[in-house]
Every structure is written in C-alpha cells, then in structure tokens.
Design a protein around this ligand. Structure first.
Ligand code: SAJ
Length: 448
C-alpha cells in the first residue's frame, strides 16, 4: 500500500501534482506562474478580486520583468488559474504554498495576523499527504512553534506522518524575481526528513540550486541575510556622515576600502526602503534580548535617520544662497524605494517629502516608474517637476536621472539653483561650473 508520502512524492516527480499558492503578491504570483510553467496545475488564491481578474485575463497586476509573458502563456493553457476561493484548491492540491505578507506593526513587532488566518484556513481543510510550504518571512521559531502545531490541532493530522511542512524563504530582488526564483540558491528547511525530501524535490522543479537545512536555521538565515545588508548600508551611511565632516568623499573612500579583497561596503543613500530590509531585522531580534547594543536595531535607526539628513542638506544648500526652505519650491526626483521598479513600499522619499512639506516648502515629485504621490503633487514630466524649482533632490539612481541635462536644468530652475544628489550619480564639477549649489551625500558640503 503506497503511503501518503510516497503518493505525493510520485505526483510531484511525475509533474502532475496539483498546487495551491496562497497569496498572489510580489512573491506568490511569480512563484505560481513559474510552477505552472514547470507543468503543474496551479491555483493562485488571493482575496483581492482585481488581482484575480487581472491574472485570469492573462496579465500581471504589477510590473516584474518577464512575469506578464509567463502569466499570459500559462493562463491560456489553463495551467494557472486565479481564484479568491480557498475551498476548491485545498480539496484538490497536493502542495500548498503560503506566500502572504508578514509586516511589522507600528511598534516594530511582527504582525502575523494574515499568516495566522491563512494557516487556520489551511489547517481546517488539510488532507492527508499534502506538503505545506511556507515562503513568507517569519520570526525564528514560527514554523515549529506556531504553524506546525496549529495545523496539527485543526486537521488532526501529524506532521511528517500525515502531512509535510517546510520553510523555503525567497531571495527575490524585486525587478529580478523570475531569474532569482529560477536560479536560487534557495534554502529548503523541512520539519523532518520526509518534509525536507518532498520540499526539495518540489522546489527543484523551478529552482536550479536548493540548499537543504533545518527549519530554524532557514528562518534565522533569511532574516539574517537582510539584516546584514541593512547593517552594511547603515555603516556606509555613517561613513558618509563622517566624510561630510572631514573633507573626504565617501564614494572614493568606499571605492578604496573595497579594493581590500575581504571588504565589501555597500553604498550610502537617502535611507533604506522596501518591505524587507525595513522589517526583517526586527523579525531577527524579536525573540532575543540583546539589550541596548542591538546592532540590527541600531542600524535600522541609522538608516531611518537618513531622510532627515537629506532634508537638512537641502535646507543648508538653500540657506547658502539666502533662500528659506519654507518659501522654496522643491522637486523630489524618485519615489520608488529603489530604481528599476515601480514599488514605493517604505520608500525613503516619503519621509523626505513629509519633512520638506513640514518646513513649509512646496513639494513636487516625479518618478518615471511610479505615479505614487507620497502626499505631494506629482508632476506629469521631469521638465514640469523641475521647472521653477529652487532645489532638486535626486533620490534614486534611475537611468533618467543619471542622464539629467544639467545645463537645461539650470536654465529651467530659479536663480541660484540647488541640487542634492543622494546617490552621487551627477557630475558635481559640471554642476558647480553651471552655477549649481551641488550637495552630495557623503561629500564635504558647504562646511567651512
Ligand atoms: N540600498 C542602499 N544602498 C545599497 C543597497 C541598497 O541604500 O548599497 C537601499 C535601496 O535603495 C533600497 C533598500 O536599500 O531602498 C533595499 O534595496 P535592496 O536592493 O538592498 O533590497 P530589496 O529589499 O529590494 O531585496 C532584498 C534582497 N536581500 C538581499 O540582497 C540580502 C533580496 O535578495 C531579498 O529577496 C529581498 O530583500 C526580500 O524579499 O527579502
């Protein structure tokens, strides 16, 4: 008699397993599309009816290079179907992938309410033999202390015997999701050897490189990866503050330091955005007691202080030509949290816009990839954004901003134009020659 484990393993290996992906967001939808492209019959479940309609019409609800083509292909073949109903997919599926948002609350504590609701729905409907694969980023201990026990209690099934449970965090860099999901490496943490085996076989149907490990290590590694990146950026930002006060240029200092074969300092900027680096450090330390020397938390505070520093730099630049921020017109270029995507989640541009507006300035934003207002007036074009402005703040290294025609810009701005280059992408000597007050993050600006 074939066990439930062997039956599921066979269906995954034969490519005729039914898959339910719960959550059609920036991670869940690319995941569902690639699983359908790999040959599985996939139901992607989302409560948002607009997303369901968009996917079933063969389109993607958000910009992710390559995703729309895959959705169009697999929706047409019927391999990918979007639905807001969970009962149907749970009745037929051999694998359930959970990829819902796990944000932090205002007090910076993990908010797992959505995940908890989904785990409850899955537990109430779970059939024998199903592999449950959690992708959502979770605080260490969540899978074995919360998700597993809850499913066992609600389903009456035992993990490793009757159902299988694994944690497979994603490492998608938004804007590169398809390639990242295909290439990996991808951590696969099973709650036991059978869960690990099923999850590894299943993950390998899409991902070229799977790294098998225990669940707890996978949970900590995922949040550690992003926390390390956030700490590195915080170090780069403090290096920038040091250089601003000491006549050096942080771009040159980092270039030189990184010539050391074992040093890799990242780039300073106007702050750290996105849903991951702004959240995962709080997940990582949520169960620990690190006291006041809590490096991930300190790094978060450093990075969150950078938008305020940008507002100070703009205020000083205007002050150096006798202009008052409160009576000035500011153009903020770049509202996405980084260039090349249309995602403005946790964008540092928001606190910059709010900080400038709080000082009484008129603020206009422009981003070629996003029309999100962030509370300011959105200019329909770059030209309209900068025309008649006193100060331009360049927030991202968007290729459009890299190609800014400084001569034309100087001609369209008010007298004594100021420019704050948060990504150090502009020609500062040329800007000075054209009469700009050029201020760059990490450069000795206006001091002494
Ligand atoms: N940033 C800097 N300086 C840098 C690099 C980034 O200021 O040198 C800023 C960016 O402008 C942006 C923020 O940090 O505002 C985050 O951007 P990012 O590219 O560092 O990271 P994400 O959030 O787009 O993606 C990260 C990635 N994690 C790592 O690189 C370790 C990605 O692989 C993860 O899958 C993703 O988080 C996630 O979903 O966790």
């Amino acid at each position: 008699m074939t066990s439930a484990f062997e039956a599921t393993r066979k269906r995954i290996r034969d490519g005729n397993a039914r898959v339910a992906v719960i959550g059609a967001g920036y991670v869940g939808l690319p995941t569902a599309a690639l699983l359908a492209e790999a040959g599985f019959k996939v139901d992607v479940v989302d409560i948002n009816e607009d997303i369901v309609r968009t996917v079933n019409s063969g389109k993607s609800p958000f910009t992710e290079p390559g995703l729309a083509d895959i959705i169009r292909k697999v929706a047409r073949t019927g391999r990918l179907k979007a639905t807001s109903d969970l009962d149907g997919p749970m009745t037929d599926s051999d694998v359930v992938v959970i990829s819902v948002q796990t944000p932090i609350g205002p007090e910076k504590r993990p908010d797992l309410a959505v995940l908890d609701r989904v785990v409850t729905s899955v537990g109430e409907r779970l059939r024998k033999g199903v592999l449950v694969q959690v992708v959502s980023t979770v605080p260490p201990g969540t899978i074995t202390k919360k998700v597993g026990p809850k499913i066992e209690k609600l389903s009456g099934l035992r993990s490793e015997a009757d159902f299988f449970l694994a944690y497979t965090p994603e490492r998608i860099a938004p804007g590169n999701a398809i390639a990242d999901l295909r290439k990996g490496p991808r951590l696969v943490g099973g709650v036991g050897p059978r869960s690990a085996e099923l999850a590894a076989i299943f993950t390998r149907t899409v991902c070229g490189e799977v790294v098998e490990c225990d669940v707890r290590s996978a949970e900590i590694s995922k949040t550690a990866e992003n926390s390390f990146r956030d700490v590195n950026i915080a170090f780069a930002n403090q290096l920038a503050l040091i250089c601003e006060r000491s006549g050096a240029d942080v771009s040159e200092v980092i270039r030189l330091a990184n010539t050391h074969p074992r040093v890799n300092i990242l780039d300073p900027g106007p702050g750290v955005g996105g849903p991951c680096l702004t959240k995962d450090p709080y997940f990582l330390v949520s169960g620990a007691s690190l006291g006041k020397f809590n490096i991930p938390k300190i790094a978060r505070n450093v990075n969150d202080s950078m938008p305020g520093h940008v507002v100070e730099l703009a205020t000083k630049a205007l002050g150096s030509v006798g202009k008052d921020m409160g009576k000035s017109r500011i153009a903020v270029l770049g509202t996405t949290y980084k260039s090349g995507i249309d995602d403005t989640r946790e964008s540092p541009a928001r606190p910059v816009v709010e900080g400038i507006a709080a000082l009484g300035a008129a603020v206009v934003t422009y981003d070629p990839d996003s029309g999100t207002t962030l509370g300011a007036k959105v200019a329909p074009s770059l030209e309209k954004a900068v025309s008649g402005s006193d100060c331009v703040i360049v927030m991202t290294d968007n290729k459009v901003f890299r190609k800014l025609d400084l001569r034309k810009l100087a001609g369209s701005m008010r007298k004594d134009p100021c420019i704050v280059d948060c990504r150090r992408i502009l020609d500062q000597k040329k800007a000075a020659r054209l009469g700009f007050v050029y201020v760059g993050i990490g450069r000795d600006n206006l001091e002494g």
